[in-house]
Design a protein around this ligand. Structure first.
Ligand code: URA
Length: 208
């Protein structure tokens, strides 16, 4: 299975506060960004390093730094933005793309209303952010947008996933690795993840 669960005490602790319905928007935003940063630590474990010679105050040494391979963080609007904010604290030189999708009320299919990606996305390692991987309709569509633009190495980062969402990404995009902080029990009839944390976008932006 192409799925990594970042099962770390710090992540689980912050996730418990995120799930709590009494957590307000300010704390919710900060915690979403922090959890995303901690997840990125794991998601970026396989980034390549190059040897570099540096001088410490004591001697010359061969150290290792990230190779020139470039990164792109791509947010699915709107809830994915907060994850990008957190990850940018770790990799401030990454380029940022945005994909805006809404769900057609009749067909329930995702409809793209905005897409702006780094021009050279083909040569970048892409980290796509979507905090709640529910039916995965938006995620599989966004992955296709990325592939159509030439992206070749894509990881999907979601804070909470439903088993149904993971199964769909694996089925439709088996080459895409998925990194999550938790896999929850199921989707309810309204497409919400249970137990989940509610509507991530509304809780981030206080729109409910
Ligand atoms: N989107 C959310 O914000 N929450 C869910 O539980 C499912 C989709």
């Amino acid at each position: 299975m192409n799925v990594t669960v970042v099962d770390h005490p710090l992540v689980q602790h912050k996730l418990a506060i995120l799930r709590d319905k009494n957590t307000g928007s300010k704390d919710f935003r900060e915690l979403m960004a922090e959890v995303s940063m901690l997840m990125a630590y794991e998601a970026m474990r396989d980034l390549e390093l190059d040897p570099v010679t540096i001088e410490t105050p004591l001697t010359r040494m061969e150290a290792r730094m990230l190779s020139g391979k470039k990164l792109a963080l791509v947010a699915i609007l709107r809830a994915g933005l907060i994850m990008v904010d957190g990850i940018l604290r770790l990799v401030p030189a990454a380029r940022v793309g945005h994909i805006g999708l809404y769900r057609d009320p009749q067909t329930l299919n995702p409809v793209e209303y905005y897409a702006k990606l780094p021009e050279d996305i083909r040569g970048r390692r892409v980290f796509l952010t979507d905090p709640m991987l529910a039916t995965a309709g938006s995620a599989v569509h966004a992955i296709q947008v990325l592939k159509n633009s030439g992206a070749q190495h894509i990881k999907l980062m979601s804070i909470i996933a439903a088993p149904e969402g993971i199964a769909r990404v694996e089925r439709e995009h088996p080459d895409v690795e998925v990194v999550v902080a938790a896999i929850d029990d199921h989707l309810n009839d309204h497409g919400y993840i249970v137990p989940g944390l509610g509507d991530a976008g509304d809780r981030i932006y206080g729109t409910k």
